[in-house]
Design a protein around this ligand. Structure first.
Ligand SMILES: [Zn+2]
Ligand SMILES: [Zn+2]
Length: 146
């Protein structure tokens, strides 16, 4: 993702383009494997090179700002660290119950909740989290194979 695009998306979301927010965004664009906050922190430190070291707290705060602004999605994984990806092309997720890997599934339309259960809520989109065994774990767990 090129720098002007990242800067524009930050501005469109009403966020000032600080070097650190920029680094978090470019790291997420480069790494599609749904990194944890700790991995993003390591990546931002690596990107910063010789620049003054960012504290873990500032990186986490910036990450939270990006999630609140709707630029970054937090994928909650029960009992494990949350993982993050940049909101671009809409997709579903597959979470492996054994190793915790979070993989993207191509988007397909899913049924909407009935309006009675939505009440006055305004629905924007429905995303699925599918759970099971990833390819690796399914291959190494003979009993789990269907
Ligand atoms: Zn797995
Ligand atoms: Zn994803």
């Amino acid at each position: 993702m090129d720098a002007p695009t990242i800067m524009r998306s930050l501005e469109d979301a009403g966020l000032r383009c600080t070097p650190q927010r920029f680094s978090v965004m470019s790291f997420l664009y480069e790494h599609h494997g749904h990194p944890t906050a700790a991995e993003i922190f390591e990546g931002v430190i690596a990107l910063a090179g010789d620049a003054p070291r960012s504290s873990r707290a500032t990186v986490y705060n910036n990450l939270r700002d990006l999630v609140q602004a709707g630029l970054v999605r937090e994928v909650a994984v029960e009992g494990r660290s949350a993982r993050f990806d940049v909101k671009g092309i809409q997709h579903h997720h597959f979470i492996c119950d054994t190793c915790g890997v979070v993989e993207d599934l191509d988007f397909y339309a899913v049924p909407q909740p009935p309006s009675a259960s939505l009440g006055k809520r305004v629905l924007y989109q429905v995303e699925l989290i599918a759970r099971g065994l990833c390819t690796d774990c399914a291959t190494h767990q003979p009993h789990a194979q269907v």
